[in-house]
Design a protein around this ligand. Structure first.
Ligand SMILES: [Zn+2]
Ligand SMILES: [Zn+2]
Length: 363
């Protein structure tokens, strides 16, 4: 098959002929229909997260099953599917409870093994990890769902329990933040977007944010705004009439995490989505007690929880396609990956489209 391969960190990946993946007994081989280019792929390519070399990246994909292993009971060739970016082992207590997102023996195509910048990709524990695509959801749209969008959906709905009319603060309007803005607004929440970039805030407004706050100046863009303060919590408190019901740190920094907790109204919920590579982070636990706040970490979303999201995509309530920037061919994937070294979120997601998924398969 053709695949986009790199043998050294930081050297532009090239389209190469490689062996087709072997089908695991408990897994499937999927003909990739579309696959997203994600900043996590870029981090792996740069060597920030070591991967086995030579390596094929790509973890946000959708396609058609071409082969199913002998132990697979739920899937067969021809099924249109996607998978979460972190796949569970399918056997541990967490997986059996449907919580593969916290499986201690996770595998991740594109990180722990070959990924989806290729014509075919293998997925282990298929019965636990595959998600059926409704016929109305095309591969490009589905490729948007597996990583940032599903992560944002779980943060907003499962942990945030956002209801129509609630104020949802989203700190950091990159890929996952803008997904949270889109999802919150589509579910009827009043979203206040927070970022230091005017372009990011503008994009958040286009996707449905009711208010936007410049995290650097406190400026809300309203006429007569004095843009006075470094006290972000006070500004958000003003905008929301007492604080956000739910607040998400979609960026991942100690200051942002603390600001997200501080901007909550009483009994509010903070969800940490942005990764914190620095390690442990101090939070204002005095406020957590006094205001009875809830603190959650959110890490992806298990296959079990996809159908609820998929229904909202299929009926048009959620429109992840709005997050797509450009669709490119597999031959351009290596260049697109290398070009992620810069502020690219405003341009939208880059999706690699392959047309072969419906028909061909490995011999
Ligand atoms: Zn990703
Ligand atoms: Zn497991």
């Amino acid at each position: 098959m053709r695949a986009v391969v790199y043998s050294e960190y930081g050297v532009t990946p090239v389209l190469t002929q490689v062996d087709d993946p072997v089908c695991p007994a408990d897994g499937v081989v999927i003909a990739v229909g579309a696959t997203g280019v994600c900043r996590s792929d870029w981090h792996a390519w740069k060597g920030h997260d070591p991967v086995p070399l030579p390596h094929i990246g790509g973890h946000e994909f959708a396609g058609a099953v071409t082969r199913a292993g002998s132990e697979v009971t739920r899937w067969r060739a021809g099924d249109r599917v996607t998978v979460p970016f972190a796949c569970g082992c399918g056997r541990c207590e967490y997986c059996l409870a449907g919580d593969a997102q916290v499986c201690p023996r996770q595998t991740q195509p594109g990180f722990t093994g070959p990924g989806s910048f290729a014509e075919f990709v293998a997925v282990h524990a298929a019965d636990a990890n595959l998600v059926a695509l409704p016929s109305s959801v095309d591969f490009v749209t589905a490729a948007c769902l597996g990583c940032r969008f599903a992560t944002a959906f779980r943060a907003v709905t499962a942990h945030g329990r956002v209801r129509a009319g609630d104020w949802l603060a989203v700190h950091g309007c990159g890929g996952v933040g803008l997904s949270a803005v889109l999802i919150g607004a589509a579910l009827g929440a009043r979203v206040v977007a927070v970022d230091v970039s005017a372009a990011a805030l503008g994009r958040a407004r286009e996707l449905g944010a009711a208010a936007a706050v410049d995290a650097g100046t406190g400026d809300t863009g309203d006429t007569g705004d004095t843009g006075d303060t470094g006290d972000l919590a006070a500004v958000i408190g003003e905008v929301t009439g007492g604080g956000a019901h739910v607040s998400i740190d979609a960026l991942g920094s100690p200051a942002v995490a603390a600001a997200s907790v501080r901007c909550l109204r009483r009994r509010g919920r903070h969800i940490q989505v942005g990764l914190l590579p620095e390690g442990s982070v101090p939070l204002p636990m005095d406020l957590v007690i006094a205001r009875e706040l809830e603190i959650y970490g959110s890490h992806g979303m298990a296959a079990r929880d996809y159908p609820a999201m998929m229904r909202l995509v299929a009926d048009g309530t959620l429109r992840p396609g709005l997050l797509v920037g450009e669709v490119i061919g597999l031959e351009d994937a290596g260049r697109a990956l290398a070009a992620m070294d810069g502020p690219g979120a405003m341009a939208g997601m880059t999706i690699v489209g392959l047309s072969q998924a419906a028909t061909s398969g490995p011999e």
